[in-house]
Design a protein. Structure first.
Length: 257
């Protein structure tokens, strides 16, 4: 996927609110090695590096476009690498991930894999969006189905690609308990976002949900895709103001010493 840091940051304040809550859930202690999975443009990795100056902080992301922006953060105990979350190597005292794991399948297996990279007494802190059942996402899947040929059959949530991998807070807590976790906290929270009509909602999705579709389409097909999607959004949200109840799931757990 090709990410656009400028588009992603058009709603920076709204997208940053869940990260602030997630960081507030991290216990205060000495961490030697921290990794931020799907670090994007690096702001949160930089915040972790500043908060825990004795730790070595790694920001890991698969997008060269995002990492080019992340490189602007110059902190002695912070470094960035390009790579896949699924290929994570090493052991850590804190594994942190904000709005990244939703792109990966099979979360019970994924959490088990991440758990294996945690040292005894370490912490896992994760936040994932949970709006896959929102009207905007259902209409996006409908649009993708109409562009099935152009997309090569790809649709993120649908018969060709499976349902959303995101679990409920209870399911995350149960999964973590089965892994032997302690001090588990798992919550769902709505972060209200007010957008300027259907066009504003389209602009919001350009930063995230639209990315895997537009990355698979040429410029002309991409514009047609957006036009069809905007028409569907306009029919569903005809007013000049759209209240978007952006739901996030946050969970933190500790691996017993």
């Amino acid at each position: 996927m090709t990410w656009n840091p400028d588009q992603y940051h058009r709603f920076k304040d709204a997208r940053s609110a869940p990260a602030r809550d997630l960081q507030a859930m991290i216990p205060e202690r000495e961490y030697a090695d921290i990794v931020d999975l799907g670090c994007g443009t690096g702001e949160q990795a930089a915040q972790l590096a500043a908060r825990f100056p004795a730790a070595c902080v790694l920001g890991l992301d698969s997008s060269p476009e995002m990492l080019a922006r992340a490189g602007e953060h110059s902190i002695q105990n912070l470094r960035f690498e390009q790579g896949s979350i699924l290929d994570l190597c090493g052991d850590f005292d804190l594994i942190y991930s904000n709005a990244a794991l939703q792109w990966l399948p099979d979360h019970p297996a994924l959490l088990a894999q991440l758990w294996s990279h945690l040292r005894p007494g370490s912490v896992l802190a994760v936040q994932v969006p949970a709006n896959h059942d929102h009207v905007s996402h259902r209409l996006l899947s409908e649009t993708a189905d109409e562009f099935r040929a152009e997309l090569g059959g790809y649709t993120r949530f649908g018969p060709a690609h499976g349902s959303s991998p995101v679990l409920t807070p209870a399911e995350y807590a149960e999964t973590l308990d089965a892994l032997g976790a302690s001090e588990i906290t798992a919550i769902s929270k709505v972060y209200p976002v007010v957008l300027e009509g259907a066009a504003g909602l389209l602009d919001w999705t350009r930063g995230t949900a639209l990315v895997p579709y537009l990355s698979r389409l040429g410029e002309e097909d991409g514009k047609r895709f957006e036009t069809v999607y905007l028409q569907k959004l306009t029919e569903a949200f005809p007013g000049a103001r759209v209240f978007y109840a952006f739901t996030r799931i946050l969970f933190v757990a500790q691996k017993p010493a």
